[in-house]
Design a protein around this ligand. Structure first.
Ligand code: ADP
Ligand code: MN
Ligand code: MN
Ligand code: MN
Length: 337
């Protein structure tokens, strides 16, 4: 007997990478082998030297095909087994290992938007729906669009064993969110990429497209972000470490922003629950700040912070690497680990 392994990888498309996948049939009990693909079709190689290598890094049950079938997230290597330049996971693993003793946790809120026939789901042909106000966490056919896909996606993530922790309808019609975590930096990012793949895949069956575009509708409509909640052991135990992390993010604000997803300037305008991309601030309960300290965290004098700046289309391997690097370095320097 055989099983199907869906090899999934992140390509080299710029400015925002795409997910790719293909199926391999394997004999029951077989280990997952290295595999190859045509990098010249994925912006990862020239045609004259096109082979790239897929190395399995995270496997889970395939909840779409069921049975013994599996989904296999891969990293991309060159044929000499060095990481390909598009392989941001390899860089994260290095940083995560360096600061493993600080026990970083992440919870990422993935916002996204459904599209059908060229417009967001719930937008009438040639016009606009009622202005924002009633859609966030709404209920009813006049407020909520695409719930059948969202529920199916949630079930698939749970069946796959991903660390999904919730869902909600968002501020713009057709816009939704799911949360992954809390989990370590590499785990949260692997699970998020897998959950993204499942989202695109299940939406196919409903003839709907999901997009992580950061500002899918111009004008007075919320963009789509990927708020990144973060703590270390020291932050979960005391408030000084929370402030040290916020100050470290302030010092490195621009380096972070330029890696927080394509078109971040279009989304972080200072309106629609955002802080301007070129101004950094942090504050308690403040959804207009770059980084929010939840009220409960201030009350308890320990917990986590929420970086509200990352776009929906951010690479989770990159945002977790930057946050671990910036905050854990500062905590170490301050002697707060
Ligand atoms: P919001 O109020 O911003 O919409 P959500 O409930 O959508 O918040 O998301 C909060 C996220 O924070 C969840 O993914 C949760 O797992 C994560 N989280 C909770 N505690 C911690 C922690 N100590 N460290 C990191 N992430 C955390
Ligand atoms: Mn949320
Ligand atoms: Mn949200
Ligand atoms: Mn949030």
């Amino acid at each position: 007997m055989t099983f199907k392994a869906e090899y999934i990888w992140i390509d080299g498309t710029k400015p925002t990478a795409k997910l790719r996948s293909k199926t391999r049939i394997l004999a029951d009990g077989a280990e997952l082998p290295l595999w190859g693909f045509d990098g010249s079709s994925t912006n990862q190689a020239e045609g004259s030297s096109s082979d790239r290598v897929l190395k399995p890094v995270f496997t889970c049950p395939d909840p779409i095909r069921g049975g013994d079938n599996v989904l296999v997230l891969c990293e991309v290597l060159n044929t000499d087994m060095t990481p390909h330049v598009s392989n941001t996971r390899a860089t994260l693993v290095e940083v995560a290992e360096r600061f493993a003793d600080q026990e970083s946790w992440f919870g990422i809120e993935q916002e996204y938007t459904f599209f059908k026939e060229g417009r967001p789901l719930g937008f009438p042909q040639g016009g606009f729906p009622a202005p924002q106000g009633g859609y966030y966490c709404g209920v009813g056919a006049d407020e909520v669009f695409g719930r059948d896909v969202v529920e199916k996606h949630l079930d698939l993530c749970l069946e796959a064993g991903l660390a999904i922790s919730g869902i909600n309808a968002e501020v713009m019609p057709g816009q939704w969110e799911f949360q992954v975590g809390p989990a370590g930096p590499v785990e949260v990012a692997d699970h998020l990429w897998m959950a993204r793949w499942l989202l695109y895949r299940v939406a196919e069956d409903f003839d709907i497209a999901a997009t992580l575009d950061a500002k899918p509708v111009k004008g007075d409509w919320n963009g789509a972000g990927a708020h990144t909640n973060f703590s270390t052991k020291a932050m979960r135990e005391g408030y000084d470490a929370i402030i040290t992390a916020c100050e470290a993010l302030a010092e490195n604000a621009l380096e972070h922003i330029k890696n927080y997803g394509a078109d971040v300037e279009d989304r972080l305008t200072g309106h629609h629950e955002t802080a301007r991309w070129d101004q950094f601030s942090y504050g308690v309960s403040d959804r207009g700040a770059s980084v929010r300290i939840p009220w409960q965290v201030e009350a308890d004098k320990k917990g986590y912070i929420e970086d509200r700046r990352p776009n929906a289309n951010v690479d989770p391997y990159t945002v977790t690497r930057l946050m671990v690097d910036t905050c854990c370095t500062a905590l170490e320097k301050a002697g707060q680990v």
